[in-house]
Design a binder for this molecule. Structure first.
Ligand SMILES: Cc1cc2nc3c(=O)[nH]c(=O)nc-3n(C[C@H](O)[C@H](O)[C@H](O)COP(=O)(O)O)c2cc1C
Length: 381
């Protein structure tokens, strides 16, 4: 068994061996092209493209970026799901993928409003696909120029919003007033608590749910296949679960960080990942969750619109937010945790659905996650 300390010693040793080249190596590990969409200037002539270039920065499950766009006529966008980019094992009914589309549509509407347009969104114009999404449009969005559009104050935080997957500071409680601003971003759907008993129970439950996912081979492998380890892989596929930086890259080069090891429950890499998640999950200082009255596609879109607002409000308040979705997932092995979560949150009725759960706290600054450039998500109408 190789300890975590030993792994980092190997990486540090490799850096020392590089000598004067080490600093240069570390400095060149940023996947610049994969992060360029975060800094893209609003240079497009077409207002729809200007808004789309910002909407693709939306949070979305496993950063699959499942959206595809057609520009229709001179004022409309048709939004489709790239069906190959779904997560059939952990998201068998495409509920979470649909939530990601909700976040995308909320940012699209905000970006349009900031640019003097109203984005008129018609959801699922050819009907709600059930039990899974299909080739029909998720939405059709008409852009109309207006002098009445009011920029949303949350829009200012769009480029600095993150899903923060790091441990949070357990010495810093989340003040009630700060937590209230998250709920105020979407009062109809959002609930929050920093009550110590509930926080403790949710820390334990979210870690247990992580263990269920990781010990169920088909759900675990779904994530493993989406790992992008190091700059070259991230630049080639700017999506999925990106593990960038000099240390992971050196570990990968030394054969100590591989997909095979990560997939193997008896490996050191697996044990280390579990230990890392135990720590992460036990640093939630407060929780936010979103509840819808039903579980229609429209409810899921509403949850996504609410989630990005809550995430932006957290950014505005200097708080880190990390969705922890395992206990919400609908595959048989997760049933126990899913039921326990609904009970813990006092949402027992089957029709009422907890759509999102996130831990909240003060976390370290984290870089943005990769994105495919907007042009690569367009298809001819
Ligand atoms: C419906 C939904 C579920 C998510 N669930 C998780 C999760 O369980 N664990 C996690 O680390 N991130 C989760 N995320 C966050 C995504 O991984 C994240 O949005 C994506 O990687 C892009 O990164 P960004 O939000 O920093 O731009 C979720 C996001 C959405 C919209």
């Amino acid at each position: 068994m190789v300890s975590r300390r030993r792994l980092f010693a190997v990486a540090a040793g490799a850096l020392v061996a590089l000598g004067g080249g080490a600093a240069a190596f570390v400095l060149t590990r940023e996947p610049r092209a994969a992060l360029a969409p975060w800094a893209e200037a609003d240079t497009h002539d077409d207002a729809r493209l200007r808004a789309l270039a910002l909407a693709i920065l939306a949070p979305n499950p496993h950063n699959r970026q499942p959206w595809l766009f057609e520009l229709v006529g001179d004022d409309t966008i048709a939004v489709f799901c790239d069906l190959e980019r779904r997560l059939p094992e952990t998201d068998p009914f495409d509920r979470q993928i649909t939530i990601g589309f909700g976040s995308f549509l909320e940012l699209l509407a905000m970006a349009a409003a900031d640019d003097g347009h109203e984005a008129r969104i018609t959801l699922f114009p050819e009907g709600e696909p059930q039990p899974r999404l299909d080739g029909r449009p998720v939405a059709v969005v008409m852009f109309e120029r207006t002098s009445a559009s009011q920029p949303d104050p949350l829009f200012a935080h769009l480029r600095v919003r993150r899903s923060n997957k790091e441990p949070f500071d357990t010495t810093r409680p989340v003040p009630a007033e700060a937590l209230a601003t998250l709920v105020a971003a979407s009062p109809a759907l959002a609930r929050a608590s920093a009550e110590p008993g509930l926080v403790e129970a949710l820390r334990a439950l979210t870690f247990r749910a992580f263990e269920v996912e990781a010990s169920t081979p088909r759900t675990h492998l779904e994530s493993i296949r989406l790992l992008r380890i190091g700059k070259a892989e991230i630049e080639a596929s700017p999506d999925g679960i990106d593990i960038g930086g000099a240390v992971p890259e050196l570990l990968a080069a030394a054969g100590l960080l591989t997909r095979e090891a990560a997939a193997d429950p008896t490996s050191t890499a697996f044990a280390q990942t579990t230990a890392m998640y135990r720590e992460i999950m036990h640093t939630g200082m407060a929780y936010v969750w979103l509840v819808t009255a039903g579980n229609t596609r429209a409810d899921q879109i509403a949850a996504g619109r609410a989630w990005v607002r809550v995430n932006l409000a957290a950014t505005a308040a200097g708080l880190a937010a990390h969705p922890v979705s395992q206990a919400l997932q609908e595959y048989p092995e997760m049933q126990g945790e899913a039921g326990a979560l609904q009970t813990l949150l006092g949402v027992p009725d089957d029709a009422t659905r907890v759509q999102m759960l996130a831990r909240i706290g003060y976390g370290p600054a984290v870089p943005p996650s990769p994105r495919w450039p907007v042009e690569t998500r367009m298809r001819p109408a």
